[in-house]
Write a protein that binds this ligand. Structure first.
Ligand SMILES: C[S@@+](CC[C@H](N)C(=O)[O-])C[C@H]1O[C@@H](n2cnc3c(N)ncnc32)[C@H](O)[C@@H]1O
Length: 253
């Protein structure tokens, strides 16, 4: 089986798209599970904008952000230092082989990673392994089957589908959102619960820029052009469906 590839990449449009996220804007579903003094792991932390919010929330605790990309780990370290955050660490590592011993963390969080993985259940088993008994996991991914965008046209639908195809070809699953709970159960989690929400992009260019850039890099100029034209359409909308899932490591897992 070939390795999965991270479709968004690390160009300026992708970094702007990911780096605007905060714990409040994108990790709100997990805030109630974060308490002062906790040891937390953030897998696929990217530039660490959500990780910083976790650090602030857990006060005397400590958060470790892990990312496959050294460039993201460097950015996350710089950003935490700039904000004077002393209880966040960052290191390179893979979700499939987390560089930690068993039962190290009170909470494992992962936002916008599992949709890029060929083996999301294998990653969740790693999350389970590094969690202490009764520790909590919170994951969130988009589910492209429920995105809302328009005014619709065959060309716009084709452009969005062309982006989806790039992610699928890289080993991702654009419809993983509604499968998260089953996957969490398959990985061994208990008391699994899910929620969904929409993120409405204003201006539309927040998302269309990043999708168009990926399509251009893949040589799909016509689809990219459709998205760039769409973002100038008066009264248009583009909303991303997010599914989050929370589960616990059983006491005797
Ligand atoms: C869409 S970004 C999400 C960043 C951040 N969690 C957020 O939502 O703002 C996905 C991140 O996962 C990282 N990634 C991809 N595959 C990974 C893997 N197998 N293990 C760890 N990180 C991975 C990428 O390098 C990228 O920084």
């Amino acid at each position: 089986m070939s390795a999965d590839r991270y479709t968004l990449g690390y160009d300026a449009a992708a970094l702007a798209f990911v780096g605007r996220r905060t714990l409040q804007s994108h990790g709100a579903f997990f805030i109630e599970h974060l308490r002062d003094g906790m040891q937390v792991l953030d897998v696929g932390c990217g530039p660490g904008s959500i990780t910083s919010g976790i650090a602030t929330r857990i006060g005397s605790g400590s958060v470790t952000g892990v990312d496959l990309s050294e460039s993201q780990v460097t950015l996350a370290k710089q950003s935490a230092a700039k904000q004077g955050i002393a209880n966040a660490r960052f290191r390179v590592g893979s979700a499939y082989e987390l560089p930690f011993a068993e039962a190290q963390f009170d909470a494992v969080f992962s936002h916008a990673l599992l949709e890029h993985l060929r083996e999301p259940v294998r990653a969740m088993r790693e999350f389970l392994r590094v969690l202490k008994p009764s520790g909590v996991m919170g994951v969130a991914t988009p589910d492209w089957s429920a995105f809302v965008y328009g005014p619709s046209s065959p060309a716009l639908v084709a452009a969005v589908k062309a982006y989806e195809a790039l992610q699928v070809a890289n080993g991702g699953d654009v419809n993983v959102g509604h499968k998260l709970s089953q996957y969490a159960v398959d990985a061994g989690f208990a008391e699994v619960k899910q929620q969904a929400r929409y993120e409405n992009f204003e201006p539309l260019s927040i998302i269309t820029d990043v999708l168009a850039a990926k399509l251009e890099q893949a040589g799909h100029m016509e689809h990219a052009g459709t998205l760039r034209e769409f973002e100038r359409t008066p009264h248009a909308m583009f909303a991303e469906a997010w599914v989050s899932c929370v589960g616990y490591r059983p006491q005797h897992a």
